[in-house]
Design a protein around this ligand. Structure first.
Ligand SMILES: NC(=O)c1ccc[n+]([C@@H]2O[C@H](COP(=O)([O-])OP(=O)(O)OC[C@H]3O[C@@H](n4cnc5c(N)ncnc54)[C@H](O)[C@@H]3O)[C@@H](O)[C@H]2O)c1
Length: 373
């Protein structure tokens, strides 16, 4: 087992999630690499204190440059507000360390291009976080689409829904303000989740029509005042993509105002000979369409059939912490050149492609016209 020393910049929601995935790395079997959390940088001292419980995580600093100066750290994961992505990603790359970036990989398309250019020049291994396709149901949908068993593809729907913004008195955070989340709003926040799997299949839309909706214009700011919230909350992207020389409708959905949903990622691919449906709302369940003399939808209880094998029994349900760990396994194995043809983390090129989709969607909503990419 080879140890890879990791540093985290931004120890909030996602920084802690990654640390907990490392802490139970023993769940993975036959894994030649192991992430070891060495240090965390965060501006908030209470947030830093949480990491004191992680054995060996001894470098807890407010200034992330101190973390980057530590020669022992090999890989840096960065989970900070979107307006800070570019500066911090560029600093990580300039420090000579490999980067595990968070989505959306820069606050907008221009920023994503500058980051990708820095990746290219630095030659540091860089991927972008997007864990939901690592659910066994997501992996099965990917394989069924990749191996051509669905026949001529008729329609693709990929999306991510939650309902966090339905409560009008929930305090605003940086994700509700364009200056920190980006003009894309929910596109920046949830868009990569919807785009990663279709893009990996080569199904980038060639033209889109976008519908965007805002949430509540004002929310409590959490400090006794009111925050003006100006981001898009829901996005529907109606596109066309080319699959096997046919034009195919593709719909990408991302919503923060989806009644009843909590972090629901879903994919549906319908073809003439077969189809597949998966939603994390039913994490073990895969629906497959089959066409013979009769047509039927077959329900399979997939259980814990993750790509990277674990000690967890095959009958159990996979969840968010499990796919976060699977994603890290993919990142670290690809970094070692050991991923093979297994599904990998989003690449800088895929992050740019997702931003191209978001930029076209914003332009389409603004003009109320179909926009070509
Ligand atoms: N992959 C996913 O499923 C997923 C889910 C949520 C968020 N995210 C992404 O993760 C990133 C962070 O989101 P989050 O929900 O963890 O946010 P968060 O607000 O919970 O955490 C951000 C942290 O960054 C720290 N920070 C801010 N400026 C800093 C600086 N200059 N130096 C060091 N630390 C600094 C803050 O103190 C905070 O602790 C975003 O890019 C977001 O889109 C990904």
């Amino acid at each position: 087992m080879k140890d890879i020393n990791v540093g985290i910049i931004g120890g909030g929601l996602m920084g802690r999630e990654m640390a907990s995935a490392f802490a139970r790395w023993c769940a993975l079997q036959d894994m030649p690499v192991r992430p070891v959390l060495k240090g965390v940088a965060d501006l908030n001292s209470d947030t830093l204190s949480w990491f004191k419980q992680i054995p060996g995580c001894d470098l807890l600093v407010e200034d992330y440059h101190k973390l980057l100066a530590d020669p022992a750290i090999d890989v840096v994961y960065v989970a900070v507000p979107h307006n800070l992505h570019e500066t911090i990603y560029l600093d990580v790359l300039a420090s000579g360390k490999d980067l595990f970036a968070e989505k959306p990989f820069g606050i907008d398309l221009a920023s994503a291009h500058r980051i990708a250019e820095a990746v290219r020049k630095s030659e540091r291994f860089t991927r972008c976080s997007s864990e939901m396709p690592f659910f066994p149901g997501g992996q099965r949908a990917f394989e069924l689409a990749r191996n051509g068993s669905l026949g001529r593809i008729l329609e693709v729907v990929s999306g991510f829904h939650h309902s966090s913004d339905l409560d009008p008195i929930k305090a605003a955070n940086w994700k509700r303000l364009s200056k920190t989340c980006g003009a894309g709003g929910v596109l920046n926040d949830l868009g990569m989740h919807a785009c990663h799997l279709p893009l990996r299949l080569g199904w980038k839309p060639s033209r889109v029509f976008g519908q965007l909706q805002r949430g509540y214009a004002q929310r409590p700011d959490g400090r006794g005042g009111i925050a003006e919230c100006d981001t898009w909350d829901n996005a529907l992207i109606h596109g066309w993509t080319e699959i096997a020389e046919e034009e195919v409708p593709i719909r990408l959905e991302m919503k923060r105002l989806a009644p009843g949903e909590t972090n629901t990622w879903f994919i549906e691919i319908l073809g003439t000979d077969g189809g597949v449906r998966f939603t994390t709302a039913e994490p073990k369940t895969l629906w497959q369409f089959e066409r013979a003399a009769e047509q039927w939808w077959k329900r399979t209880s997939l259980g814990f059939t993750t790509t990277f094998k674990t000690v967890t029994g095959g009958i159990f349900e996979p969840g968010f912490p499990d796919v976060i760990q699977q994603m890290w396994a993919a990142y670290l194995l690809e970094r070692e050149g050991l991923l093979g043809d297994r599904f990998g983390c989003a690449t800088p090129a895929e992050a740019i492609a997702s931003h191209e989709i978001f930029a076209a969607t914003l332009a389409s909503h603004e003009s109320q016209q179909i926009v070509s990419l």
